[in-house]
Design a protein around this ligand. Structure first.
Ligand code: WTA
Length: 653
């Protein structure tokens, strides 16, 4: 029996502080707090040491090189991340270890387990398929796949031949897919006929077909997941399994420069247009590998399950590259946590003896709602570590996760990071702690996260709220650019505090020992059920409906989803404020972005509050839906509309 985690204080109204058990400390890769000071004294030396943990074809020269807006890590180093994920372990005699466990949604479908040798073979074959279609180093490849093993194979194959992948979340609409394919200039798309979601078959191919229209995509490779015979377009569509049948399983990994492009991943910024976050090879590989190892304390007998979809950064780093670079076993699950019943997650943990679970607060809150009886039915004693990511976790969800899932034994590693940072930045380490609900923890060793004042550059003392920024040396896995938009890169991340500080867009404060509490986004970006979304994106989607004259979208806190969009819509003359039109608007959002972006509420208005310069005053709308004081409304050109809006919302003043 493991001893229970040390419980310092259990008072729901005060602070809960938990520390690692002696056993956890013994088992942990790092258990000595001195690591923070050592890394802070010589961050470049710290990262160089971590870089030794992966394989390089050629060692780097300078560890870190900084020029404004142009920073490099492991300069001149050569490596391949697919070699590091696969070949390296086979060479070390771990070829028979399970690399990937795929749990399909239908419980009657067989689980697929791929050893490192098997996964390597699939990746090499698919890399040759891509080469055979003319894909060369530097060519961008679109991936629009559900959670099936081929998603990992495809990403790894791209990385093997140096073709940057651009993965698009499979629940995104054709239009979202099209925009991303065009921006990335992809000529190849890898997709599937479909997948299972809540026991239904989802026709992904139809969306892919619509999405490639008007793009430069010449070939579409289709994985036969459902086996129902998808509609194939002659001269364009090719079956994955047919291409694989003839492919050679020998493919040397491409020699990649440390700063060569590894992948592009689109995420929401503050405008209506998502930006292509650019990640390069060396720094990303090092930070992805070490954060996975230390945060989840991965050893040879661990089974790691990160529930994120491959369409998000968490899926890139902690389903694919991080666990595989560590030679670990990574679990992927195709479907929904409520299929066939509310206990599916816990059944998967018991079945595969998962030791580390990494999921999102929104999923935990949903499980809390479904009730304790579901996890209680399953044996969760294999779990050693729990992780969360994507949004602040509230106290009740934290305690439930800790008690009901972790059985009071497992530390909760609350990891703060972003698509842009590529890998974890702020979290408590399992052998050091402390683990405190709602507090992410200390910046990872070697990460210089600061709370800066708003409007100046002063570092704020403990307790004071400001903006979260990351100072030099800028982290190894930090984005290197916005694809084909250098101005947006500078503007978005380096205009608030200048080129020396990466501006995160989050508010935060620190306590005395330096633990960071994230207070949420300070810009117009929302976090809806763990999905990042700009209010401007939802606005521009709604504006595509021809009945809409004007629209403003703001976020509102939500018990389960964290945040949800609320839309204020001014319809054109002749359109009535009906539920029919509400439904139609929801459909518009579904088709432009996807169902994740659906407004929680649509408020029809006759007027939107505007400033004298004609801008919609979203701040006021946000306060209205949150029942917060409205603040200064004197700059409004139409102050009379505020009273009308009060009546239309739940605002109580
Ligand atoms: C939020 C997800 C509080 C934050 C990896 C950030 C968090 C945005 C946490 C990035 C956390 C992420 N606590 N907030 N542990 N982790 N966030 O790009 O607002 O999808 O800026 O990356 O999620 O979302 P993204």
């Amino acid at each position: 029996m493991t001893e229970p985690i040390k419980w310092v204080e259990k008072d729901r109204s005060a602070k809960n502080v938990f520390w690692p058990t002696e056993e956890m400390k013994r088992h942990a890769w790092v258990a000595d707090e001195a690591i923070y000071e050592q890394a802070a004294a010589d961050p470049e030396g710290f990262w160089a040491k971590q870089a030794e943990e992966i394989s390089w074809i050629k060692r780097w020269g300078k560890t870190y090189q900084f020029e404004p807006h142009n920073y490099k890590w492991f300069v001149g180093g050569k490596l391949n991340i697919s070699f590091n994920s696969l070949d390296r372990h086979i060479e070390a005699g771990k070829g028979d270890k399970i690399a990937l466990i795929w749990e399909p949604e239908p419980t009657e479908t067989e689980v697929i387990k791929l050893t490192y040798t098997e996964l390597h073979r699939e990746v090499c074959k698919f890399a040759n398929v891509l080469k055979g279609l003319g894909v060369k180093k530097g060519d961008r490849v679109g991936i629009y796949l559900p959670m099936i093993p081929e998603a990992v194979v495809a990403m790894q194959a791209c990385a093997r031949i140096g073709a940057p992948h651009s993965v698009v979340f499979s629940a995104f609409s054709p239009e979202s897919l099209r925009d991303r394919l065009i921006d990335a200039g992809a000529k190849i798309l890898i997709t599937a006929d479909g997948y299972f979601r809540r026991t239904k078959k989802i026709d992904l191919k139809r969306n892919a077909d619509a999405g490639v229209e008007g793009t430069d995509v010449e070939k579409v490779i289709v994985v036969n997941r459902l086996g129902d015979g998808a509609q194939m377009t002659a001269d364009r569509d090719l079956w994955y399994h047919e291409l694989m049948a003839d492919a050679s399983d020998h493919c040397l990994p491409e020699e990649m420069d440390s700063e060569d492009l590894l992948f592009i991943l689109y995420t929401s910024g503050t405008t209506g247009k998502p930006k292509g976050v650019v990640h390069t090879t060396g720094g990303y590989a090092v930070q992805a590998a070490i954060t996975t190892k230390w945060n989840f304390n991965l050893h040879d007998d661990d089974v790691f399950w990160c529930t994120a979809d491959v369409g998000w950064i968490t899926g890139h780093t902690y389903v694919n590259y991080g666990p595989l670079m560590n030679g670990s076993t990574s679990v992927i699950y195709e479907g929904s946590p409520d299929a066939p019943d509310y206990g599916r997650m816990w059944a998967i943990i018991a079945k595969h003896k998962v030791t580390a679970l990494y999921t999102a607060p929104t999923a935990i809150r949903m499980c809390v709602k479904w009730g304790d009886q579901w996890p209680a039915k399953h044996n969760l004693s294999s779990l050693r570590i729990l992780g969360t990511v994507g949004e602040p976790i509230n106290l009740d969800a934290w305690l439930w996760y800790f008690e009901k899932i972790g059985g009071g034994r497992c530390p909760i590693i609350d990891t703060w990071w972003q698509t842009e940072t590529g890998a974890n930045m702020i979290n408590s380490l399992p052998g050091i702690g402390p683990f405190m609900p709602t507090i992410a923890g200390r910046p990872f060793p070697g990460i210089n996260a600061q709370i800066l004042e708003v409007g100046g550059k002063m570092q704020l003392p403990p307790g004071e709220g400001g903006y979260l920024a990351i100072g030099g040396p800028l982290p190894p896995a930090l984005l290197r650019g916005v694809y084909r938009d250098p101005e947006r890169f500078k503007d978005q991340y380096f205009s608030e505090y200048g080129p020396e500080y990466y501006f995160t867009g989050d508010g935060a404060r620190k306590d005395e020992p330096g633990n960071v509490r994230i207070t949420g986004r300070v810009d117009d970006v929302m976090n809806v059920a763990g999905h990042r979304l700009a209010t401007a994106e939802v606005e521009s989607a709604l504006a595509q409906n021809d009945k809409v004259s004007e629209v403003a979208v703001v976020s509102r806190p939500h018990d389960l989803k964290g945040e949800v969009p609320v839309a204020f819509v001014l319809l054109k003359v002749g359109a009535d404020h009906s539920d029919e039109i509400r439904k139609e608007l929801i459909k518009t959002v579904d088709s432009v972005i996807g169902p994740t972006a659906r407004p929680d509420e649509i408020v029809f208005v006759d007027n939107v509050p505007k400033t004298r310069s004609g801008k919609i005053m979203r701040r006021l709308l946000k306060s209205l839906v949150r029942n917060e004081p409205l603040g200064d409304t004197s700059t409004l050109v139409n102050p009379e509309c505020v009273d009308e809006l009060k009546g239309l919302t739940s605002y109580k003043g």
